[in-house]
Design a protein around this ligand. Structure first.
Ligand code: LFR
Length: 432
């Protein structure tokens, strides 16, 4: 929600919804609870533990003026050598440089850690999400003292790290819901939880965690901190069990979500639009989904048509044509990222797993199979929730290996490439 020009999260609304949800648990008893959210965003606490300001949304533009200051203190090359993170203007380290409260705050808590603190009174920094801040060393798995000091941040700002599966306190009695329930640290970055629930049956797979963002890449055991990886803007985020998510962010279904919002349509209208889009000829016009024009909230269709006009392509007119342009462009983005992930990491890819809400988008799944020339397995849609619960179940000794269980129990859909991927070769060059 925007107020006086700043885009904020309604964090207390989210917290209230969590408490309401807990109050409705059938039977009024839980063995464990785990918190995950999106990455990079945070709240700052004062000495008495109070929230110092309302958390700002990563789509706010406050970092635009500070990125060069940060890079003057630590070069992008040195940053990548230490944190292995793709450059995204909203990475926590840039947000802190734009945040006047960072100098006086006592503690920084990432969103899931903040919720967990309110629920339990205990503070910590869960590793999978800490790895998205830019302040974390991808190779050692600890906060990077070098980066923290170079940026003039106080090391005490950052809480002690914890890993998925670690105990994270108990629900405080004064919340009035399920007092004493144990809280377990999970892959608190939603993408970490989603990838933990990929139903892969062998090592040579790629994944696309497809929702508001498309997170496309491979899972590795060690970070790849090469110049070529930095040039391709690949990230090394920490996963559950110390795995590495070697991936790139692609703008994702945000392009559709914001288009629907502009047209005053809801997600219930999407199936009919996708059916109509399936009848529009393929690859007539494509956009670079990652162009910064598409990042802020607001009228998406006019930004898409402006892009097509600027690049001399047919301008999509109807909603179905715009949806087709978006879905083709996302499939192309998936193809480009996965080819690079394989080339840069040396991992051959035999199958692509699409998980998250976008795995229910049959047109996007089929076009991703066509564009990559690889079989696609789609599902589960609730991968993040399943990965979160899976880590808790394992911490309780209820299971040892989540992926085979997901593969055996979740409905999955399979897509095979419908034809040669040659039309996509030409289209990729149009993305620049
Ligand atoms: C997905 C996600 C991405 C992260 C973006 C911003 O929900 O967590 O992994 O890059 O949101 O936090």
């Amino acid at each position: 929600m925007r107020a006086a020009g700043t885009l904020y999260w309604d964090v207390l609304g989210l917290y209230r919804d969590i408490l309401d949800g807990l109050a409705r648990i059938p039977g009024g008893r839980l063995d464990s609870l785990g918190v995950d959210t999106w990455a990079v965003d945070y709240g700052l606490l004062g000495p008495d533990g109070r929230l110092l300001g309302n958390p700002v949304h990563y789509r706010d533009d406050r970092t635009a003026s500070v990125i060069s200051d940060v890079h003057a203190k630590v070069s992008p090359e040195r940053l990548y050598a230490l944190n292995g993170l793709q450059f995204l203007p909203f990475n926590t380290l840039y947000q802190l440089a734009a945040d006047p409260l960072a100098d006086t705050a006592e503690a920084l808590l990432l969103m899931p850690d903040l919720i967990s603190y309110w629920l339990t009174g205990e503070r910590g920094a869960e590793r999978t999400n800490a790895s998205t801040t830019g302040l974390y060393d991808a190779a050692t798995g600890e906060w990077s003292r070098e980066i923290v000091e170079a940026l003039g941040l106080r090391p005490e700002l950052l809480p002690a790290l914890r890993s998925p599966g670690d105990p994270a306190g108990r629900l405080l009695p004064d919340l009035g819901v399920l007092p004493g329930t144990p809280v377990t640290a999970v892959g608190s970055h939603d993408t970490a939880s989603a990838i933990a629930a990929v139903p892969a049956t062998g090592p040579n797979f790629a994944y696309i965690s497809c929702g508001t963002w498309s997170l496309a890449g491979v899972e590795l055991s060690e970070p790849v901190l090469t110049d070529a990886g930095r040039a391709a803007n690949f990230t090394n985020e920490t996963g559950v069990d110390g795995t590495v998510r070697y991936l790139r962010n692609i703008m994702g279904l945000w392009l559709l979500q914001e288009s629907l919002r502009t047209w005053n349509l809801g997600t219930a209208d999407l199936p009919a639009l996708l059916d109509a889009a399936a009848d529009v000829p393929a690859l007539r016009s494509v956009i670079d989904p990652d162009h910064p024009d598409f990042f802020p909230p607001g009228d998406m269709p006019s930004r898409i048509t402006a892009f097509c006009e600027r690049t001399g392509q047919p301008v999509p007119a109807s909603p179905a044509e715009i949806v087709r342009c978006v879905v083709d462009s996302l499939a192309l983005g998936h193809r480009k990222a996965l080819r690079q992930a394989s080339a840069l990491s040396g991992l051959p890819i035999e199958v692509v797993h699409i998980v998250g809400g976008g795995s229910g988008n049959a047109l996007l799944c089929q076009l991703t199979a066509d564009a990559t020339g690889l079989p696609v397995t789609a599902g589960p849609t609730e991968a993040t929730a399943l990965g979160n619960i899976g880590v808790q179940a394992r911490a309780q000794g209820l299971l040892t290996d989540l992926r085979p269980l997901i593969a055996a129990t979740q409905p999955l859909r399979h897509y095979t490439p419908a034809g040669p991927s040659t039309p996509w070769d030409g289209a990729e060059s149009r993305l620049g």
